[in-house]
Design a protein around this ligand. Sequence first.
Ligand code: ADP
Length: 761
Amino acid sequence: MTGHHSLSDMLTLRQAASLLGVQPQTLRRWESEGKLSARRTGPRGLRRYARRDVQRLLQSQDVRVRNAQQVVVEVARAISGSLDLHAVAKTVVEAAVRVVGSDRCAIYLVSADRTTIEPLWGTDVTDPASAERLFFPNPIPIDALPLVRHALQQPQPLVIDDTETHPLSNPELFRFFETRTVINVGLRGTDGEVFAVMPFLWTGQPHFVRDDDVFLAQSLAALAEVALSNARLFEEIEQERQRATIINDVVHDVHGGRDLGDTLTRAIKSLVQQLHADEGAIFLIDPQGTSIVGAAETHTHSAGRVGVVAPLQSVPLVARVVEHQRPRLVTIQETEGNERQWFESLQIQSSLYVPLLAQGKLVGIAFANYRNRTPHLKARDTLFADALAAQCALAMERVQLLESASARAAELEAVIAQMQEGVIIADRDGRIVLVNEYAAQLHGTAKLGVAPDDYSEAYHLSRLDGTPYPPLELPLSRAVLQGETVSNAEWRITLADGSEVIASGSATPLAGADGTRLGAVLVVRDVTARRKLEAEKDQFLSVVSHELRTPLTTIKGLTELAVRRIDRGVNPAAVLGSLHNVSKQVRRMEGLIGDLLDIRRLETGTLPLDCQVHDLWPLVEEARDRAQAITDRHTIEAQLDAMKPLRVYVDKGRLDQVFDNILSNAIKYSPDGGMIVLMLSRNDDQAVLRISDQGIGIPEQGREQLFERFYRGANVPPSEYGGLGIGLALSREIVQRHSGTLILEGTSPRGSTFQLCLPLV
Ligand code: ADP
């Protein structure tokens, strides 16, 4: 380090003394008398020695101080950048032995609880190989080292010139290490406390310690003090950074929704590790504040603290924590009663109590326990404990919040699921995230994750007129993308089986409490039945007005004609034909209005039946006769293929109405005339009447609706075939009220057959 003028070349005072054969006591006396100070020492004081030798001695002293200054500067330079405690200690210690000229030098760190010292680095110039043996034993208790205890209170250098006689020495120990002379210097940290001691040791014979030696030892120690303080500060900063990371991890856990047990276990492990405790645990206070529950621990005790539940009052330390609201180190000496028992059962000497506070409310307690000692905790240690505890409390609070929120969400979900309206929810990107049961049924699908561009396709939507619905014009798209509220829009849904549904819906954008866009909700209803009813009503009105107008026009024309002819003096008898015609049209109108009234009565259940037992065959024959009377283009036949009588319990007037309806259809829908056959037979306990015509038949499409009110076949344009479309509906209702059936048995373009069954009495 010092090149060719290395310190080993220098003469130490001891070396000079032995060179000159001067006894150490004599040298010390000279020193105290100032005879050895470089300037004032004259040849007379050293008369017994050769002037040449003394000059050599004085010269060597000068060289030593000059070289020492240089070394100090160089060491300072070497360690100024280093933040590694050991590297710094090694550099300083190795320079120190050479500058001061001791045989050994070391730096011992004082433990946090100030009970032991532990070597950081040490060196032995007389036997470098033995340094390890000398300086790296287990921590040494300070109680065994009076000089160290002294240094903790008094960091000024302490000189023990002879370990055999000095009061602050323990000769046995020093004898073991063959140490006779010691200069011990305390190193003080930025907080003013001694954090390390730096002994300079001479072996063998007692060494004569000069002011220079002490001065140099002090300089080197000061150097070590600064360098080590920096390194320690760096370590502290590093530790603070670590602690910040730990807290940050817990924060992450909290926001990441990590399992509470895991979070707390990690937190307590970190607390125990950072505060050098032996073990720790976290207890939670239940939301009712009645009991305390073990939630996390670093070591599994035989009792096992996780999951243990105890009444709050039975835990004595809770009162203490509640009182202080801050982390607090409690030693066994302070405890009594239950708390003392607790300490004894855990076999601990002290425990740091850390309250878990959420918005000022105590929600739990963390402990860091020390088995055999009471640690010397710094403010930054308790600050760390406090910050960590605050995050744990936050984690708990959040879990509780989440639990209640998820309970609320589950309720809401159940409500939405069971709503008798369709609900579809899209997120802020418009992706579908929820489709309730009703909406799924309505669309025949509940695809999730669908983006606005694909709504129409995924949910089979089109405009009412059947044209494609541009997806971005759909209500839900407009609500999500434009933030629009769309009310009562209608569209068409085509199901897999080809059937169509008309949907009506309203879409509303969803916003969070702070106004951020969350997505949109669509509420949708099936309005097919309503729309159909409306269409039916329209159709009914137009048909009814048409049907009533036709006879009215005829009546009007005929009566006007009759009046004119009578005015002109025509014989009233000649007008009679017209009047018959008028009366026929009036009857037709009567019939129409009667049918309308009947259908209404059937619907409201107010159509009275006056039933009696009748033989069916005569009724069929009568119907044939009535029908034949109104047509001469058709031949109407009645056939019986069963044993008479076929007795049925019926309202004769109503049954006649049914026969007349079917027969008038058979006539009406076979415009070219032909045969109409009424065939009565028996099938078990049923009477079966088949009515066949040779008419236009009924096209495939619409056969199912034949018996619906106001339904008229597509093959019967109103201009050619009059009618309200209620004949068959009315007939089926009447038959059903007689516990019978009326169906279309068969049809082709050459005719149709209706089949009517009635139970026999
Ligand atoms: P309307 O005859 O007044 O139209 P209905 O209820 O009696 O009403 O008949 C409903 C429809 O059934 C008719 O419009 C017609 O299309 C069809 N229909 C009924 N009977 C026959 C039949 N014998 N031949 C062909 N089509 C028929």
